[in-house]
Design a binder for this molecule. Structure first.
Ligand code: NAP
Length: 282
């Protein structure tokens, strides 16, 4: 590329990014639960959104409509679009990132949120390899390779405008540190996601890209519905110093604070959104 063309492209990007466009967030698994909560909070501060989902198109469309409504109420005009894709599949991950490129032309934030719980919740001594592989593909391999795909694109954006800053946020869990012997695969995947966060944080820091791990505690969602009674009792009995269920908006607000660059001198860090679960008490 000639020098003149490079500078023209740089100036165009600067004006386009700084003056004309909202920032753009790709959120995986945003049709329901925590991902939806993140979408609504980002919409309220004026982010454009790509709402990824796996099966539930109606729920994804509802997230889009509610996000646009949320943004309006807060005085923002945003664009939000759905994009189906199983993040455990390489071909779907590429299609998802191509969709963002073709429809939005930029990406400022990747939230690796999509995840499943341990299939069958079997005891460690009975857990199957088949279920392990299925969970790892979605909860660990998918986020790793999305960090790679989106991180590479973010590097390109930083080359064109070195004042541009990007973020990647991995939604991990208190299960990255706390053991559940009937969900070994889930715990291992979340512990792995902690390392994914540190790896990409170190690799991408020079390009102004901060990478974070957000660890939700016990959050009300479809995932935790089957164990609601168990956790109702544990929370009542003082499992967490803040004695209530977490809400998807609790996680969404934390993501907004990171996305909006309120922690500019941090990367690779863990943010616990867990009502104080991790405090050791005697
Ligand atoms: P959820 O209510 O079950 O929602 C899961 C979301 O992920 C849905 O939008 C679903 O899409 C999507 N999804 C599932 N598999 C996918 C795939 N292969 N590709 C793309 N999207 C997929 O779960 P949640 O409670 O909101 O959990 C969200 C994240 O937070 C997960 O990573 C989970 O491990 C983590 N987390 C949850 C809690 C909690 O207490 N709830 C605590 C700590 C961490 P469809 O609607 O199309 O199925």
């Amino acid at each position: 590329m000639s020098k003149i063309r490079f500078w023209m492209l740089k100036s165009y990007h600067f004006i386009y990014n700084k003056l004309l466009m909202n920032q753009v967030a790709l959120i995986t698994g945003a049709s329901r639960g925590i991902g939806r909560g993140i979408a609504l909070e980002l919409a309220a501060v004026g982010w454009d959104l790509i709402i990824n989902y796996s099966n539930n198109q109606a729920a994804a469309e509802d997230t889009v409509n509610c996000s646009i409504e949320h943004a309006h109420k807060a005085g923002h005009e945003i664009r939000a679009e759905i994009c189906q894709g199983d993040i455990g599949q390489a071909i779907d991950r590429q299609r998802l990132v191509d969709f963002v490129r073709n429809h939005f032309g930029r990406v400022d934030l990747l939230v690796n949120n999509a995840g499943i719980t341990s299939i069958g919740r079997s005891d460690l001594l009975e857990a199957s390899e088949e279920n392990w592989d299925a969970l790892m593909a979605i909860n660990l391999k998918g986020p790793f390779f999305l960090c790679q795909l989106v991180g590479s694109w973010m590097l390109e954006q930083n080359n064109l405008d070195d004042s541009w800053r990007g973020k990647i946020i991995n939604i991990s869990s208190i299960s990255s540190g706390a053991v559940s012997t009937n969900r070994g695969d889930y715990c291992v995947a979340k512990a792995g996601l902690s390392m994914v966060t540190k790896l990409f944080a170190a690799r991408l820091a020079d390009a102004g890209i901060n990478v974070y791990e957000v660890c939700p505690g016990i959050i009300a969602s479809d995932m935790t519905e089957p164990v609601k009674l168990k956790y109702d009792k544990m929370i009542n009995d003082g499992l967490t110093p803040i004695r209530r269920w977490g809400k998807s908006s609790d996680v969404g607000k934390a993501v907004v604070a990171l996305a909006q660059d309120y922690f500019p001198f941090t990367t690779g860090d863990v943010f616990n959104i867990d009502g104080g679960f991790t405090i050791r008490r005697i």
